[in-house]
Write a protein that binds this ligand. Structure first.
Ligand SMILES: Cc1cc2nc3c(=O)[nH]c(=O)nc-3n(C[C@H](O)[C@H](O)[C@H](O)COP(=O)(O)O)c2cc1C
Ligand SMILES: Nc1ncnc2c1ncn2[C@@H]1O[C@H](COP(=O)(O)OP(=O)(O)O)[C@@H](O)[C@H]1O
Length: 312
């Protein structure tokens, strides 16, 4: 997949762009349907499957205090988009000046003149341009005038609700990993670099890799989770604790994400790892002694082993 940070000269390079528009945070089942449809269309007409997106999310520039935390890091999202068969990713840096562009200008200048799109794919509720005033209907109207096709993808519905990034964030925030997973089509992921913790894990018999998240991720609530952890290209089963370690700290506000990898023995400091959340097993608790915590972690590990065969 080729990645561009500008739309200039793309018209000359690709004569039939089949272009999806969106932010695609989470790349959930609705996003996957949109992207698979455009990839299919491009194959049928001999065009180039492409995605147009902004970085960072426009909300992070326009109203940072209301900008939602991310379900996927930009890097992982990019890889997943490529895996769906997209050949061109246009990632435009979003700024205040750009936000003033009206939807009509965006269509005529960017989509038509510069990109020369063959067809455009958007979700049923996609809005764009100044104050989000552009709609799928407006795109269709201009598409007829300017000569490009517009495909509006209807919502993927799960239990009577449209699948959306907002709904998935809410599920993750309440610890409903199974629910989030249903709507994503894969397990929620947090990636990051392993940093030094308090150096106690080894003494308990369960060394933990303390994760410094690589993006402003939405983090599941405090508790213990069964996880799978990717180190390079190896996948390990693991147990994760998200929380403040009440057994060792009173009223700490220092929240950590740490994982103990099963059947692993090595040094992870400074390594980048990906943690796939499989299942929430229990709440984080205060134990009266390190011995009681150790006994509980042993039980957590036996329980997590039951998830060994699950897909990430
Ligand atoms: C599977 C698992 C479950 C845990 N559950 C709890 C818990 O319920 N309460 C708690 O205080 N700490 C819990 N911890 C965190 C341990 O206290 C922590 O791993 C230990 O103090 C090591 O911290 P360090 O990596 O900063 O040295 C858990 C850790 C793991 C790996
Ligand atoms: N099975 C394992 N799971 C996680 N980390 C491991 C494992 N085996 C060895 N390690 C290493 O041990 C370190 C964690 O030990 P620990 O005493 O918990 O220290 P810290 O407080 O710095 O996390 C990890 O960062 C990693 O380098």
């Amino acid at each position: 997949m080729q990645v561009y940070n500008s739309w200039l000269e793309l018209k000359d390079r690709y004569d039939k762009l089949v272009l999806g528009l969106g932010n695609f945070d989470g790349l959930h089942l609705g996003h996957q349907k949109l992207i698979s449809s455009l990839v299919q269309k491009a194959r049928t007409i001999g065009g180039t499957p492409a995605v147009f997106t902004f970085v960072p999310h426009p909300m992070a520039v326009l109203r940072p205090e209301e900008a939602p935390p991310l379900i996927l890091s930009p890097e992982i999202k990019q890889k997943m988009i490529a895996d769906l068969g997209v050949e061109v990713l246009i990632m435009i840096p979003f700024n205040i000046e750009f936000s003033r562009m009206g939807p009509e200008d965006f269509i005529t200048m960017v989509l038509h003149q510069h990109l020369g799109v063959h067809s455009v794919f958007v979700g049923y509720n996609y809005t764009f341009g100044y104050r989000g005033m552009g709609t799928p209907e407006l795109l269709k109207e201009y598409g007829e005038k300017l000569g490009f096709e517009v495909e509006v993808i209807s919502p993927v519905v799960y239990k009577n609700k449209p699948v959306s990034s907002t709904l998935i964030r809410a599920l993750i925030a309440e610890g409903d990993i199974a629910g989030a997973r249903e709507l994503l089509g894969y397990c929620p992921i947090i990636d990051g670099v392993v940093v030094y913790g308090e150096q106690r894990g080894n003494t308990l018999g369960f060394p933990t890799a303390n994760l410094q998240p690589g993006s402003d991720y939405i983090v599941p609530p405090n508790g213990v989770y069964s996880v799978k952890v990717k180190v390079n290209n190896d996948l390990f089963l693991g147990v994760a604790n998200i929380g403040v370690k009440p057994t060792f700290h009173n009223n700490s506000i220092n929240r950590t994400i740490e994982v103990h990898l099963l059947d692993y023995n090595g040094n992870l400091y400074g390594r980048r790892i990906m943690v796939y959340f499989i299942r929430r097993m229990r709440a984080e608790k205060r134990f009266n002694s390190a011995g009681e915590l150790i006994a509980q972690i042993q039980k957590d590990i036996s329980e997590a082993r039951r998830d060994a065969s699950g897909q990430v």
